[in-house]
Write a protein that binds this ligand. Structure first.
Ligand code: GLV
Length: 317
């Protein structure tokens, strides 16, 4: 029987399923394992079902026991894993695409709405019972007719485009390649990132985190946005230079931000705190029961498929 380390607590039904298939090491207290502890616990294991909170960098991967053959990441993103180091060590890395598209796009749309319509300030005012209706109280940005720039038109970007279009937004996108008309939602393609930024009244960051996209939205890039743009990020914190974004907020170059992800989670850069309009969530993209269940099932399927046939369709390295 294969032995699998599951690094974070899963929903009960998923843990029960895993227990029926393998000899599993569960994390009953949902402790955030240090790299040393993860290496220690993976001794004697054939695979690890990891989470985006596990930093599986080169050094950690090189210290994993040789018995570990698969890192099945419980996420669509895999920026927490050094893919090349894993490949060199003969470990396959898999992810959980498709199943979280809808839930994540829902939060992506929430970020756009929350940032544009000043939801943070509104919630604060309502809770403190200290607001007074007036014709100009918390006036925000209306989405109808506003240009939405989608950076990364994968499955999540396409779904956000579909919903935003129904809200009357005009969609533009930048992607490695132009999409076919059945996928592009009628959106306008920009081959160049700066061209996209220059038409993005609202920017929605949906691209994967990688060495190429680290700090892609930096001081220089932000200057290409129209004055008073809104920046939202549903992808990964590493894509945005927070200091540059906070500076753009301070200068009112950027009107508001909507972030579900940010660098150094859970520690938010304090520079955001003085901006009441900042609409910031604690990485909730895939957080629905249906989606988290489907993601864990897929992470389990990936390990089963690999040990059954020696390969896996969701391999990413
Ligand atoms: C969530 O952030 C994921 O990558 O699955």
């Amino acid at each position: 029987m294969k032995k699998i380390l599951i690094t974070r607590k899963l929903l009960r039904s998923n843990e029960d399923r895993a227990k029926n298939i393998w000899d599993v090491k569960l994390n009953l207290n949902d402790e955030l394992y240090s790299q040393e502890k993860l290496i220690e616990l993976s001794k004697g294991c054939d695979g690890v079902l990891s989470a985006l909170t596990d930093k599986l960098d080169k050094d950690t991967i090189n210290k994993l026991p040789d018995s570990v053959k698969i890192l099945s990441n419980f996420a669509v993103g895999f920026g927490n894993i050094d893919l090349e180091a894993a490949r060199k060590k003969g470990i396959i890395v898999t992810n959980t695409p498709d199943v979280l598209t809808d839930a994540t796009a829902e939060i992506g749309v929430l970020l756009i709405l929350g940032a544009c319509r000043r939801a943070s300030e509104g919630i604060e005012g309502a809770k403190a019972s200290n607001w007074k209706w007036s014709a100009d109280y918390l006036i925000g940005k209306q989405l109808t007719g506003t240009r939405l720039g989608i950076l990364g038109m994968g499955r999540i970007g396409q779904k956000i485009a579909k919903v935003a279009k129904s809200l009357g937004m005009v969609i533009h996108y930048h992607n490695r390649s132009k999409l076919t008309p059945d996928k592009d939602q009628g959106a306008i393609y920009h081959e160049n990132l700066n061209d996209l930024l220059s038409v993005s009244d609202v920017l929605s960051i949906c691209c994967p985190a990688s060495k190429e996209t680290e700090n892609l939205i930096n001081k220089k890039a932000l200057e290409h946005l129209p004055a008073g743009a809104v920046v939202t990020n549903i992808a990964r914190g590493d894509i945005v230079d927070d200091e540059a974004l906070i500076d753009a907020l301070n200068r009112r170059k950027v009107y508001a931000v909507g972030l579900d992800v940010y660098k150094g989670e859970p520690n938010l850069n304090p520079g955001y705190l003085k901006h009441k309009s900042a609409f910031i969530l604690p990485h909730l993209g895939s957080a629905t029961k249906e989606t988290r269940t489907a993601m864990a099932n897929l992470a389990i399927d990936n390990i089963e498929e690999f040990f059954k046939i020696g390969k896996c369709k969701n391999k990413v390295n």
